[in-house]
Structure formats: structure tokens, C-alpha cells
Design a protein around this ligand. Structure first.
Ligand SMILES: [Zn+2]
Ligand SMILES: [Zn+2]
Length: 248
């Protein structure tokens, strides 16, 4: 399973990070479509894409508008957008309302039904997350052909442990961490996670590797989440940068 992190920041782009977008090129699978989605064409390895959205906040969906060009230029034959009914309705009525964006790309909008969907060689499962305004959706991708591998993606939520079993034993957990511990008060107010809580969740869920994303764009430098200053309850952790590739 090869994963490329195209956007690893939250809220708005910064000099270091674009907003949420993760791609599995060989699977033609994309998780969220923030501003990092402008990088999708240079990583395409398939003619079709399945895009799964966590929620409709702009830092996770604005990049859907960037897929108009690769569809028009025949770099892509089809784009299926998977999300809840509420999210798809918001896209149709707002993001793709004519005054904002004049053309509705030829997307196949697919409401999430049940709890999983099978793609070629993969199963994608989902679970609703609480704690963030309007809620968000966590995804877990598991290989159904070849060696058993699993990737979990959890963003825009508080690391409260309610979804511990959903991410349990994932080889890789990509989890949001917007704030360092010192800004816990703001994390509670905005429905985001802090460093120590995510580390504790990763330890309790026995994940193989933790990759932190959705970093506060006002933070920069080598340790924006204060990893050096927290109790090391889980050490297989890194703060993602745009362009990071994970092959596992
Ligand atoms: Zn966000
Ligand atoms: Zn959000």
C-alpha cells in the first residue's frame, strides 16, 4: 500500500503545508480534497478516482474544484465522490453553486450507505466521529488481496478514544493533531486534538505507526506540536510534511 500525503495542514494553506489531501495512487483512492488536491494530477496512476470525504469544511473539499481540469483534459475518465448525504448536498448547493464555481464537474456523487464499500483489492470502512462541529467521518482501508495491510484516517475530531476499536492494530494511523498540549482549551473549543491525547490513543489502539496531520498553519518549524516536550507514551510517531510517502 503506497500513500502520498499531498496536504498535511488544517484550516488554510501555509508556506509549509497545503490542506487535507491523502492519495493512494495505485488504488486511485483519495481521502479528503483540500488545497493539496492540486497535486493529484502529477501522482495519477489510474484512470478513475474514488474520493472519500471526512466532512464538508472547506479545508477538506475546496480542492474538488481542481479536478475539473484533469477530467476535461481526459487525464481522468471518472471521479466518484463518496460522502454522507449531508456533505454531498452541501457540495451541490454551495461549493458548486454557479456564483462560486460555474461548472459542476462530471462527478459521480455516491452517498455512504452501510458501513463499508469494496474497491479493487481494497475494503473501505467508515465510522462517524463526534466532537467536531457538524461531525466528521473516519475511514479505514484494508487490503483484500495480497498481504493484509490497513490504514486508518481520522481527522477533525477530539482524540477521545470512542473510536479506539475502529483504528485498532492499523499498520498506519494518520490522525489529526491541530494543537500542542498547551492549547488544550482551544482544542476543546474548536473540536480538535492535542498531542498527548493522540499519542495515548495510538498506544491504546496498538497501531503500528502514527502520522500526525491537519497541523495548525500558524505553527511551523521542526516540532510544531511539541512532541519533544510530552511524555513519550508512543514513539513511532512523526509530524507529516507535504510530499511524505509511506510504503507499507
Ligand atoms: Zn479541517
Ligand atoms: Zn473541520
Amino acid at each position: 500500500m503506497r500513500v502520498v500525503l499531498l496536504g498535511t495542514g488544517g484550516y488554510h494553506p501555509s508556506e509549509e503545508r497545503h490542506t487535507a489531501c491523502i492519495m493512494l495512487p495505485e488504488a486511485g483512492l483519495v481521502l479528503d480534497a483540500g488545497t493539496g488536491a492540486f497535486r493529484i494530477p502529477q501522482h495519477l496512476a489510474t484512470r478513475e478516482l474514488d474520493v472519500f470525504l471526512s466532512h464538508a469544511h472547506l479545508d477538506h473539499v475546496v480542492g474538488l474544484t481542481y479536478l475539473l481540469a484533469p477530467l476535461a483534459l481526459k487525464q481522468l475518465d471518472a471521479v466518484r465522490v463518496h460522502a454522507t448525504d449531508v456533505v454531498l448536498k452541501a457540495l451541490r448547493e454551495h461549493l458548486f453553486s454557479a456564483p462560486l464555481f460555474p461548472v459542476m464537474p462530471a462527478f459521480d456523487l455516491r452517498p455512504l450507505t452501510g458501513s463499508s464499500v469494496e474497491l479493487a483489492g481494497l475494503r473501505v470502512r467508515w465510522q462517524v466521529l463526534a466532537g467536531h462541529p457538524g461531525s466528521s467521518m473516519a475511514y479505514r482501508i484494508e487490503s483484500t488481496a495480497g498481504p493484509a495491510k490497513s490504514l486508518a484516517y481520522v481527522t477533525d475530531t477530539v482524540a477521545d478514544g470512542t473510536y479506539r476499536e475502529f483504528v485498532r492494530d492499523a499498520d498506519v494511523l494518520i490522525h489529526e493533531c491541530y494543537f500542542p498540549d498547551a492549547l488544550e482549551e482551544w482544542a476543546v473549543k474548536t473540536g480538535h486534538s492535542t498531542t498527548s491525547k493522540v499519542l495515548e490513543l495510538a498506544r491504546a489502539a496498538n497501531v503500528g505507526r502514527l502520522v500526525l496531520v491537519h497541523v495548525d498553519p500558524r505553527s511551523s518549524g521542526p516540532d510544531p506540536l511539541g512532541l519533544a516536550g510530552v511524555q513519550q507514551v508512543f514513539t513511532r510517531v512523526e509530524v507529516a510534511r507535504d510530499g511524505l510517502e509511506i510504503d507499507f
